[in-house]
Design a protein around this ligand. Structure first.
Ligand SMILES: [Zn+2]
Length: 425
């Protein structure tokens, strides 16, 4: 992900919400107290509190309105009564009590745990359209989507060795959506004309300029909006997971021009921190409440913290620093872990952690990526290292095993690290 190109503007680029959709929240009646609902909203999902313009919160219920005038009611959610235990929401993923019921052996801590691995982007011939490639020295171009797939394949093997059931959103560098940029040209044209306040006749005077903008936007609708929506649909239809892991390599805004930077940092994202302008859109509010009511936070924070610890063992880099706080916020004392409204974590069901370690356009990272995959260690100009893909996959596996073992393996069965799966040598 390019840190200066957030997904936020896609919050509004979605179809109108069917009023019936709100009834998906029926199962959440009395599953959360008012105190916890407001704590999650204020602390994680909408720290700007802009969404309260669309809510009427009482001790017994919250009314969710379609408009700031509060004329059209979308949904009324009743809170669990104080002093009474909230009803079970029957989430699509295993909650911590359900994970504890697994009672797994220490040798198979992930037995019965369903994990989606989503290697970020498409890669292959689509990488330049995705603006996800970097060239380092005289090496062949490094396409992020391909590198993410390489990590994901190792990750699948080692998580399966720990007992997990795995679904990969894609296994080769091809889109899962059957649509293509040409399918979005007309929509992109309307949007570009609207944004530039021109009509067909006015645009004709600067045809090349506008055509470039239209093509860029149509491609964006294809490789980001449609592709991610299709991956989300496939996950819902084929494999409801207990955890989604989206693996990326990060890059700075200079990667597009092939510039190598000295800086190198890690960041990890979970869903949350919907911006004040984003929550003006009913669809975005629907997504936000969907995530809040799923209550995936405790799992996401445990996995996010464990991932941070393990990735820092590969390279103890500083965290990415963000300037505009209204679009991302910290959720605990981990300075690497941010809540942010991203298309992936907004749409994938259940706990979701997005990994953005390393800058691909840093010389150390780029050399390690350019070295490709290999057995054992290899001497590079930046040091002697194992394959970065295996190190990355092993760190993620160790983090998931470590965080889930606390829940899935009874403490009497927890033994030493001898039971953890062997790393990829
Ligand atoms: Zn990426």
């Amino acid at each position: 992900m390019n840190k200066l190109l957030p997904f936020i503007f896609f919050a509004c680029a979605v179809t109108l919400l069917d009023a019936q959709e709100w009834h998906n929240f029926d199962k959440y009646q009395e599953t959360i107290t008012r105190k916890e609902f407001c704590r999650l909203l204020d602390r994680v999902y909408n720290p700007s509190k802009a969404v309260y313009a669309y809510l009427n919160v009482t001790d017994e219920y919250v009314e969710m309105f379609d408009d700031a005038e509060k004329a059209t009611l979308d949904f009324t959610l009743y809170f669990a009564k104080p002093g009474e235990s909230p009803r079970d929401a029957k989430q699509t993923f295993k909650t911590i009590p359900q994970l504890k019921d697994l009672g797994n052996p220490a040798s198979k801590p992930l037995q019965g745990v369903r994990i989606v691995i989503d290697p970020g982007h498409i890669g292959g011939k689509w990488a330049s359209m995705e603006e996800r490639s970097v060239i380092w020295n005289n090496n062949p171009v490094i396409r992020e989507g391909d590198k993410n797939l390489q990590v994901a394949r190792f990750l699948k093997t080692s998580l399966e060795a720990a007992g997990a059931e795995i679904y990969m959103t894609h296994e080769k560098p091809e889109p899962v959506t059957s649509t293509r940029p040409k399918d979005y040209v007309e929509e992109a044209r309307q949007k570009v004309y609207e944004e530039n306040k021109v009509d067909e006749a006015a645009a004709a005077g600067r045809r090349a300029f506008f055509q470039k903008l239209i093509n860029w936007r149509a491609e964006l609708y294809f490789y980001r909006r449609a592709e991610i929506a299709q991956r989300a649909d496939n996950i819902r239809a084929k494999f409801l997971p207990d955890l989604n892991i989206c693996n990326h390599f990060n890059a700075t805004e200079k990667s597009g021009s092939g510039e190598i930077v000295k800086d190198n940092r890690h960041a990890f994202f979970i869903n949350g921190c919907y911006g004040p302008d984003e929550v003006t859109n009913p669809m975005t509010r629907y997504f936000m409440f969907s995530k809040l009511l799923e209550q995936p936070l405790q799992i996401e924070m445990a996995v996010g913290d464990a991932l941070t610890k393990k990735m820092r063992k590969i390279a103890d880099l500083p965290p990415v620093k963000y300037g505009v706080e209204k679009y991302q916020c910290r959720v605990n004392d981990n300075p690497y872990l941010y809540a942010r409204n991203l298309a992936v974590s907004r749409q994938y069901p259940g706990p979701c952690v997005i990994l953005e370690p390393f800058y691909m356009n840093n010389a150390w990272t780029a050399e390690r990526l350019a070295a490709g995959d290999y057995d054992g260690t290899r001497q590079l100009s930046c040091g002697t290292y194992r394959s970065i893909f295996r190190e990355y996959a092993d760190a993620v596996t160790e983090a998931i095993v470590e965080s889930y073992s606390h829940w899935t393996v009874p403490s009497s069965k927890l033994t030493t690290s001898a039971d953890t799966p062997p790393p990829h040598q």
